[in-house]
Design a protein around this ligand. Structure first.
Ligand code: ZN
Length: 290
């Protein structure tokens, strides 16, 4: 197994050992739950596992072959990322049915088919999990199911007991900080004076923290749409209810767009002060029409 160049293993010796033992003696787990407080870390491990599963090199994943590259870019025809319903943000029973059907069809390019479910404990309702159970009890040959979640206790025990669980050290304090800051920014956007929003955004000097804060903010703004439509929220329902008194669905969509745009600028070495000023201006313009 090739763990070189996958920097997320570097400060997590436990995780490294866990992955190595998981694949020792050529064992091939068919269902893995990846649990971690930080979504991006779960996502990175999922990408690593998909690359490892499709790579054709001796030392997997090589990171260089066509199969690895397609997996990394999430463009591999045998790797399916389940897409939640637009409105409800859940994986529908129809989608699960088509996945079950699909799982029995031979892969296109690789020797395996992989199905990835993000936010599994929030987006797979118990009914859908039950229909998924049949697949886990008698897994089709050469299939791998990856369930990403922040808290595996949200999954049914019957599902969980049929999966291999990998826990990722969460940097929980780091996540909590970003969460607090995201809430502060969100509340700042609806405050009558600009001052509160500026104060929150001025804490964006650390790129990593800003990146995670913006990722959480996107979910908070999406929740405003969910709560108006009577759908379960991903983050804090009370906050979403408070925000949605001021923020309409149209505004929330624009807020998500601007937040994602700002987030994409972080790795491009944007000046963080300018980014904060940009966000402040855009948020105020969208919500307060100024
Ligand atoms: Zn490869």
């Amino acid at each position: 197994m090739n763990l070189e160049g996958f920097d997320f293993f570097e400060n997590d010796e436990n995780l490294k050992q866990r992955i190595e033992s998981l694949y020792s003696q050529n064992r091939q787990p068919h269902a893995i739950v990846i649990e971690g407080a930080v979504e991006q870390r779960c996502e990175k491990l999922a990408t690593f596992l998909t690359m490892r599963a499709v790579c054709r090199a001796e030392n997997k994943p090589c990171g260089k072959c066509e199969q690895c590259i397609k997996a990394r870019e999430q463009a591999h025809p045998d790797i399916y990322y389940a897409q939640p319903e637009k409105k409800s943000q859940i994986y529908s029973i129809e989608q699960m049915r088509s996945i079950i059907e699909n799982a029995s069809i031979r892969p296109n390019e690789a020797d395996i088919k992989i199905f990835v479910f993000r936010s599994a404990e929030k987006r797979l309702t118990p009914v859908v999990q039950n229909s998924f159970l049949k697949l886990l009890e008698e897994p089709p040959q050469n299939c791998l199911f990856l369930l990403l979640c922040q808290n595996s206790r949200g999954l049914l025990n019957t599902v969980l007991s049929r999966c291999t669980v990998i826990k990722i050290k969460g940097e929980p304090n780091f996540y909590e900080d970003s969460l607090d800051l995201a809430v502060e920014v969100a509340e700042g956007t609806i405050a009558p004076s600009e001052w509160q929003l500026l104060a929150a955004l001025s804490q964006f000097s650390d790129r990593k923290k800003a990146d995670e804060t913006l990722a959480i903010l996107t979910e908070i703004f999406r929740d405003c749409i969910a709560v108006v439509n009577g759908i379960d929220t991903i983050m804090n329902k009370q906050l979403a209810e408070k925000l949605s008194k001021r923020i309409t669905t149209g505004m929330a969509l624009q807020l998500v767009e601007v937040t994602e745009l700002a987030r994409r600028k972080i790795p491009q070495n944007v000046n963080m002060e300018l980014l904060s000023a940009f966000l402040c201006g855009e948020y105020r313009r969208i919500i307060w029409q100024r």
